[in-house]
Unconditional design. Structure first.
Length: 115
C-alpha cells in the first residue's frame, strides 16, 4: 500500500502510516498470533509454469508475482497477491474473508488481478 501511495498519492502516505485502523493487521503481521487468527484465502489461478501470451509478436512470458488492492462495495479492502500462480488474499481491515468470498461468487470466481 505504501508503494502505491508513494507512486500515486504521496500526500496520503503519512496518513496511511499513522492509520490506527490497520494497526491490528500490522501487529498480526509483525508478531503473529497475538490475538484472533487472521484468515486468508489461497487458491491456484494458473499453473506455476504457465506462459502468458505476449501482447505483440514477442515470446510468451511467465509471471513470477503480481498484486493489487480490491475495494468492495461493502467498503472492505483486500490485498491480493499471486506468486507463481497461487493467489493469496487478506482483508486489510479485519480478520474476516466473508466479503472476499462473496465478491468472488459475484464475479464468477475470477481473480481480482484480472477484472
Amino acid at each position: 500500500m505504501a508503494q502505491k501511495l508513494l507512486t500515486n498519492a504521496p500526500h496520503f502516505l503519512a496518513e496511511f502510516i499513522d492509520d490506527s485502523q490497520i494497526d491490528q493487521l500490522r501487529k498480526y503481521a509483525r508478531y503473529g498470533n497475538m490475538g484472533p487468527e487472521w484468515p486468508y484465502s489461497d487458491r491456484t489461478i494458473y499453473p506455476a509454469d504457465f506462459a502468458f501470451p505476449a501482447d505483440d509478436e514477442s515470446d510468451a512470458h511467465e509471471v513470477l508475482h503480481e498484486w493489487t488492492f480490491l475495494h468492495t462495495e461493502q467498503s472492505e479492502m483486500y490485498f491480493v497477491l499471486a506468486i507463481l500462480g497461487i493467489e493469496y488474499a487478506i482483508n486489510m481491515g479485519g480478520p474476516d474473508m466473508e466479503g472476499y468470498d462473496l465478491w468472488l461468487k459475484e464475479h464468477g470466481n475470477r481473480s481480482p488481478l484480472y477484472i
